[in-house]
Design a protein around this ligand. Structure first.
Ligand code: NOJ
Length: 754
C-alpha cells in the first residue's frame, strides 16, 4: 500500500534525522547509559515513574482530547474511566468540570487528572478588548495583568488551560482572525506574546489563579493566500523565520507550556504534519519542553490536504512530526496502537509525547489539586477591580485617527447629541467574536449609547437612531432618513459604524473590507446635513474608509473593547481620557494595496516620485490610509535632540539612543515613542524600516522628558537562507518618532565586526 510505504519512509527519515540532530531527547528521551544518567528533576522523576506503569492504550489515552456534547458525554465518561482520554475542551464551570474529573481521578486505574482547555482569548467573564485592540495600547505590563485576571476567572471555573495567545503575525486584513492577533509586526508581537504568556501562567503555574497558555497557531496561519480562512501559506524560510516564528520563540522563551499546530499547509507540508517546524525548530533548535496540541481535527485533515492517504496515515504523520495531543480528530485513538504494534510508529515517540503531557499536568499541580472549588465558581461575579482594569485597558486601546480643528473632545455641556448606529446600542458586539462567558454578564456591558448618556450633563439631550444597521441586507430607506432626521436635531452626531462581532474572528474572511451594508451611504447623508460628525468605528480588522478619512472631521477607532466599551469610548469622546493608542496594523486606502505593511523592502525601483518606471500604482499612492504605529492625541508631542552615544557599535555592544519628547499642549498625555532601524546593505535585502523598541512616556502639559533606549547589537541581525541568525557589519539608519512613517528625527551608525 502506498501510504504504508510513505509512512515507513517518513518514520526512517524522522527517526534518523531526530537522532542525527540530537532532537530525539527533546521529542522523546530514550534511556541514557546509566553511568551518564543525569538526575531527573522531581517532576520528571514522577513522570517517569507514572509512565513506567502505563499500558500502550493508557499512554495513547493521554494524547487524546475531546469536546463533549450532550450526545457523546456518557460515551466519553466511559472512555475516561478506562484512561482513554487525557484532556477535554469546552467544559467549563467548576461543577461540570469536577463531574468529569471525578471519573478520571476516582474511577480510572491510574487516577490521572484531566486537563480542561478553553478558548479564553481576552477574558473569561470580564471581557477585555479583542487582542488586536488591546495591543494598540502597546502596554505589556497592563496586558499581563488583564491576562492574569482572565486566568483567575477561568481557573475558578475549572479551566486550567487556555488556547491563547494567538501570536500569528498577519498583514492580511481580509482574514477575520487578524482580530485575535497582535498585528503586523514580529518584534512588537514578541513583546506582547511574552506578556500574555506571563499573565496567563502567573509566577507559579500551580498557583490556583494560573492556567497554562498555548501559543498558536504554529505556524504561518496568519498569511493565508488571498486572506481566505484556513487557506494555504507559502513563504520562504527567511520570511518564516523573520516574520512568523519570532513571537512563538518569544512565547517559548517566556515558558509557554503548550503550542497548537495550525490548520494551514506551509510550503506544501501541512503545519500539523510538519517535521521541520515542529521537531527541527520547536523541539530541536528551541528546546521546547511542553507539548503540542493539534488544532481542531487538523491531524485528520492531513487527508484533505492530500498529505496523508487515510486517517491511519494521518495519525502516523501527526505523531512522527511532533503533534503530541490530537484535538477532536479521533485518529490517534483509532490508529496509534496499531501503528506502534506494526512498528510504523516507534514507541519512543509515544513515550515522548506522554512525558510532555504529564509534565504539564504536574506543573499545573493537577495531581495534587484536580478539582475546582465549586463555592468559588458559583460566586463568580465581575469584581469592581476587574471591571476597572477592563476599563483602563479599553481606554488605552482606543486610537484617535482624525481630529480636525479639535472637534474632540466634545463638551459635556453640549445641548444635544445624536447617537446613530445599531452598534452603539449593542451589548453583544463589544464582546468580540471570542467572548467566552462574557454573555453571562451581558447586563454589565456598557454600550456606547449608555456610556454617552452617563457622561453628559443632565441638560444634554441624547437622541438615538439605529440607522441602517450593519449587514448588507439590513437598512431600509426609512431607517436611513430617520437617522438623518435625528442628526439634524442635534448639535453634533456621533455615528457608530463598522462590523458586527461575527464579521471577524474564525471563519470570517471578507473580500471587501469597506464599511458593510449601507453605512457609508448613511454617513454621507448625515455629513451632508452640516452637523459635525464624529465617526466611532467598531470593528475587528483594518477597514478601508477613504471617503470618511477625507471628509469627516473626527474618527475614533474603538474596535471591540469588551465589557467596558461604552464607558471607555465616552471617556475619550468627552476628554476624561486623552487617547494614546497607536495602530499595530496598517490601514490600507483600498483593497488593491493589500498586502501593505510598513516593513516592506525597498525594491530595485523605489517610488521616489521622479518618473513612471517606479514601483507604484497609477491609480493610488503607495502610502497607506493610516500607517503602523499611528495614533493622535488631544495634546501635541514635540520630538527633538536625537542623540546616539556612539557612531559605531560592536557585535557584543549596545547603543544608547536618547531623544527629548515635550508635551507642548495643554493636557496631560501618554506618548508611545518608537525606535526604528534600517540595515542599508545586507546579504539578504532588509526592510525600509524595522521596529526595534518602544517606550510609553507620560507627560504633563509643558513637560519634557528625555527618553532613553538601549539598542543591543544583537537586535540588528536577521535570518539568512540557511536559517541562521547573522549580524552583518555595515551602515544603519535609525529613526525615533511617533509612528512608522515619521522621518523627522533620523541618524545613522555603523555596526563594526570587532
Ligand atoms: C479552532 C481554532 O482555530 C483554534 O484557535 C481554537 O483554539 C480551537 N478551534 C478550539 O476551539
Amino acid at each position: 500500500m502506498r501510504y504504508r510505504f510513505m509512512t515507513a519512509i517518513i518514520f526512517v527519515a524522522v527517526a534518523s534525522m531526530a537522532q542525527a540532530q540530537g532532537t530525539a531527547p527533546a521529542a522523546s528521551p530514550k534511556p541514557a547509559p546509566s553511568k551518564n544518567k543525569k538526575a531527573l528533576s522531581p517532576v520528571d522523576a514522577k513522570v517517569q515513574a507514572l509512565l513506567a506503569k502505563m499500558t500502550l492504550e493508557e499512554k495513547i489515552g493521554q494524547m487524546i482530547q475531546y469536546s463533549p456534547w450532550k450526545s457523546t458525554e456518557d460515551k466519553i465518561k466511559g472512555e475516561i474511566a478506562k484512561d482513554e482520554v487525557g484532556s477535554l475542551l469546552n467544559v467549563y464551570g467548576a461543577k461540570r468540570a469536577n463531574e468529569f474529573q471525578k471519573v478520571a481521578v476516582e474511577q480510572s486505574r491510574l487516577h490521572i487528572p484531566l486537563l480542561f482547555g478553553l478558548d479564553v482569548i481576552h477574558g473569561y467573564k470580564t471581557i477585555f478588548p479583542i487582542p488586536l485592540a488591546e495591543d494598540c495600547a502597546w502596554n505589556p505590563a497592563l496586558l499581563e495583568k488583564c491576562a492574569h485576571v482572565a486566568a483567575q476567572e477561568a481557573s475558578a471555573a475549572g479551566v486550567k488551560w487556555t488556547f491563547a495567545p494567538m501570536v500569528d503575525v498577519s498583514r492580511e486584513p481580509r482574514w477575520g482572525r487578524i482580530s485575535e492577533g497582535s498585528g503586523e509586526d514580529p518584534a512588537l508581537g514578541s513583546v506582547l506574546a511574552t506578556a500574555r504568556v506571563k499573565g496567563f501562567q502567573g509566577e507559579h503555574l500551580d498557583d490556583p489563579n494560573s492556567i497554562a497558555a498555548c501559543a498558536k497557531h504554529f505556524v504561518g496561519y496568519g498569511a493565508p493566500i488571498a486572506g481566505r480562512e484556513y487557506n494555504t501559506t507559502d513563504m520562504s524560510e527567511v520570511t518564516l523565520r523573520e516574520i512568523h516564528l519570532p513571537p512563538f520563540k518569544a512565547a517559548v522563551e517566556a515558558g509557554v507550556e503548550t503550542l497548537m499546530s495550525a490548520f494551514n499547509d506551509l510550503n506544501g507540508v501541512p503545519a500539523s504534519g510538519n517535521t521541520h517546524t515542529l521537531r527541527d525548530i520547536l523541539k530541536g533548535e528551541w528546546g521546547f519542553k511542553g507539548f503540542v496540541v493539534s488544532d481542531w481535527a487538523s491531524v485528520q485533515q492531513l487527508v484533505s490536504h492530500g498529505y496523508a492517504a487515510d486517517d491511519k496515515d494521518a495519525a502516523a504523520k501527526g505523531i512522527l512530526a511532533g503533534v503530541d495531543m490530537d484535538m477532536q480528530s479521533h485518529v490517534y485513538g483509532d490508529h496509534l496502537a496499531e501503528l506502534v504494534k506494526e512498528k510504523k510508529v516507534p514507541l519512543f515517540f509515544i513515550d515522548g509525547a506522554v512525558r510532555r503531557i504529564l509534565k504539564v499536568k504536574y506543573d499545573l499541580g493537577l495531581f495534587d489539586n484536580p478539582y475546582a472549588d465549586e463555592s468559588k465558581e458559583d460566586g463568580l461575579t465581575l469584581t469592581k477591580d476587574n471591571l476597572d482594569l477592563a476599563l483602563q485597558e479599553a481606554e488605552q486601546s482606543i486610537v484617535l485617527l482624525k481630529n480636525e480643528k479639535n472637534l474632540l473632545p466634545l463638551s459635556k455641556d453640549v445641548k444635544s447629541i445624536a447617537v446613530i448606529g445599531s452598534l452603539a446600542d449593542s451589548k453583544m458586539d463589544p464582546l468580540g467574536s471570542w467572548h467566552c462567558r462574557g454573555e453571562d454578564a451581558l447586563d454589565k456591558v456598557s454600550t456606547i449609547l449608555s456610556g454617552i448618556k452617563s457622561s453628559v450633563s443632565k441638560d444634554c439631550q441624547v437622541l438615538y437612531a439605529p440607522g441602517v444597521g450593519v449587514t448588507v441586507d439590513s437598512g431600509t430607506d426609512k431607517a436611513l432618513s430617520q437617522a438623518v432626521d435625528t442628526a439634524k436635531r442635534a448639535q453634533v452626531a456621533v455615528v457608530v459604524a463598522g462590523e458586527t462581532q461575527d464579521m471577524s474572528g474564525e471563519a470570517a474572511a471578507r473580500t471587501s473590507i469597506d464599511l458593510p451594508g449601507r453605512q457609508e451611504e448613511m454617513i454621507k447623508a448625515i455629513q451632508a446635513t452640516g452637523v459635525p460628525v464624529v465617526l466611532v468605528l467598531m470593528n475587528g480588522r483594518p477597514l478601508t474608509i477613504p471617503w470618511e478619512a477625507e471628509h469627516l472631521p473626527a474618527i475614533v477607532e474603538s474596535w471591540f473593547l469588551g465589557t467596558r466599551q461604552g464607558n471607555a469610548v465616552a471617556a475619550v469622546l468627552f476628554g476624561d481620557v486623552n487617547p494614546s493608542g497607536k495602530l499595530v496594523v496598517t490601514f490600507p486606502r483600498n483593497l488593491g494595496q493589500i498586502p501593505i505593511y510598513y516593513a516592506q523592502m525597498n525594491t530595485g525601483r523605489p517610488a521616489v516620485g521622479k518618473e513612471k518606471w517606479e514601483s507604484k500604482y497609477i491609480d493610488c499612492p503607495n502610502t497607506p490610509q493610516f500607517p503602523f504605529g499611528f495614533g493622535l492625541s488631544y495634546t501635541q508631542y514635540d520630538y527633538s535632540n536625537l542623540a546616539l552615544d556612539s557612531k559605531t557599535l560592536k557585535p557584543s555592544g549596545a547603543l544608547k539612543v536618547t531623544v527629548d519628547v515635550k508635551n507642548s499642549g495643554s493636557v496631560a498625555g501618554t506618548e508611545i515613542v518608537q525606535l526604528y532601524i534600517r540595515d542599508l546593505v545586507a546579504s539578504i535585502t532588509q526592510p525600509v524600516r524595522k521596529l526595534v523598541d518602544f517606550k510609553r512616556v507620560e507627560l504633563a502639559p509643558g513637560e519634557t522628558k528625555t527618553v532613553e533606549f538601549d539598542l543591543p547589537a544583537s537586535k540588528l541581525g536577521f535570518y539568512n537562507e540557511q536559517g541562521k541568525y547573522v549580524l552583518e557589519p555595515g551602515s544603519f539608519n535609525l529613526w525615533v518618532g511617533r509612528d512608522s512613517s515619521d522621518s523627522t528625527l533620523q541618524d545613522s551608525f555603523q555596526l563594526v565586526s570587532k
